[in-house]
Design a protein around this ligand. Structure first.
Ligand code: SOE
Length: 386
């Protein structure tokens, strides 16, 4: 096996990010298995054809069932809105296709578990798109923690702050509809923070949260439905059925305490996916808007030079960086997807499950659901209840 033949469902934001990753991979990681961009799938034939030509896919299909039925495809990459994940993933697994699915895995924990069961029954590989794990500075944080250089972890303080719906006239796009998106800020943004916390600190034990929907009705969307959508011409409005902001506290199995905040109403914050971790021997700080940097503090430093130091994670000593540019030449958001696809292709080459897999998708969904339950029932909810 020298190539993996990919069929991708969805061609908007994530479809573009994944296409770019498939194209960049062989150029920068030539030793990796090669993804073959076989067919892209979406419902609007004209827009799909434009995306096919622009992104460089061989072929296009307007029906995902036909895509799955093709015998020249090994892997189904699911970038469609969240309500389509389950049906496509289960059908693809039953057809013996490997799976790569965007986050959150599903609309509910029960659905996520069904997806994992289907993948395990079929014996296929399964990966979920938690791309921020693949920033070299986050990999460095993981390494420092694994090597014990931060010591025992006491705290994680994580925020994912955006402001793209702060205008009450911003339309009711699918991400603001519970039946399509599952949840709002919590599932879209908080899911990334939960995954990073699991990656770096360990499993969640119990949570308690609160949320708010600040703008309860919005104009129905016009033709554009993405993050830069515009309102409807008719002036009709509909209810927002997801959370605009969710905050929660957590206790981890290993004894650490965590606080989490996910919001789309933090004016001035375009994509502040940030965390601070404090341990017995030091601290780590990361902010995606400065994704090439990791701030670290070591209690063992001499007293006269103690302080946070800024490490630029662009040297060959840092994960993935020897494949890119000379030290100090920074990389961006899109590279996290290239590294993600590298992990997927490496898992094929080594015949193992990629990480993060649907198991991580389910674990994340457990925490999402525990937070929702704690809000509904106004109490601490332990993850083992679910
Ligand atoms: C929009 O809020 C969004 O694009 C999320 O859907 C992504 O998962 C996150 O990485 C950035 O913000």
């Amino acid at each position: 096996m020298s190539t993996i033949r990919v069929g991708m469902v969805g061609y908007k934001f994530m479809g573009k990010a994944h296409s770019n990753a498939y194209r960049a991979l062989p150029m920068f990681f030539p030793a990796s298995l090669r993804p073959e961009m076989k067919a892209i799938c979406g419902r609007d034939a004209a827009a799909l054809e434009a995306a096919r030509a622009q992104f460089g896919w061989e072929d296009a299909e307007t029906d995902w069932r036909k895509l799955i039925a093709r015998d020249d495809i090994d892997l189904i990459d699911i970038n469609a809105p969240s309500d389509a994940h389950k049906q496509i993933a289960i059908a693809a697994a039953e057809a013996g296709k490997h799976l790569f699915c965007e986050k959150p895995l599903a609309l509910s924990l029960a659905d996520a578990r069904e997806m994992l069961d289907a993948a395990e029954r079929a014996g296929v590989k399964h990966m979920i798109g938690f791309n921020y794990r693949f920033a070299p500075a986050v990999q460095l944080a993981k390494k420092l923690i694994a090597e014990g250089r931060i010591g025992q972890i006491y705290h994680i303080r994580a925020v994912f702050l955006q402001d793209w719906i702060i205008d009450p006239e911003f339309p009711l796009v699918w991400r603001l509809q519970k039946d399509v998106a599952g949840s709002g800020s919590l599932g879209d943004l908080g899911a990334h923070s939960i995954d990073l916390a699991r990656f770096l600190v360990g499993e969640f034990k119990e949570v308690i949260g609160m949320n708010e929907t600040f703008v309860k009705e919005r104009p129905l969307p016009g033709s554009m439905t993405g993050l830069s959508a515009s309102g409807s011409a008719g002036g009709e409005r509909g209810p927002v059925t997801v959370d605009d902001a969710t905050l929660f506290m957590a206790r981890f199995e290993g004894g650490a305490l965590g606080s989490f905040e996910a919001t789309r109403f933090a004016a001035g914050h375009r994509c502040t996916n940030a965390f601070e971790i404090n341990g017995s021997k030091g601290s780590i700080k990361f902010d995606f808007e400065r994704m090439n940097e990791l701030e670290v503090y070591f209690t063992e430093d001499a007293a006269d030079v103690q302080g946070f130091r800024r490490v630029l994670a662009t040297d060959a000593a840092h994960a993935y960086m020897d494949a890119w540019w000379p030290a100090g030449h920074t990389i961006g958001y899109e590279h996290t997807f290239t590294h993600e696809v590298l992990e997927l292709m490496t898992a094929f080459a080594e015949d193992r499950q990629p990480t993060p897999s649907f198991v991580d998708g389910v674990r994340c969904q457990e925490v999402l659901e525990a937070v929702d339950r704690s809000i509904a029932e106004r109490r601490w909810v332990s993850v083992s209840e679910l």
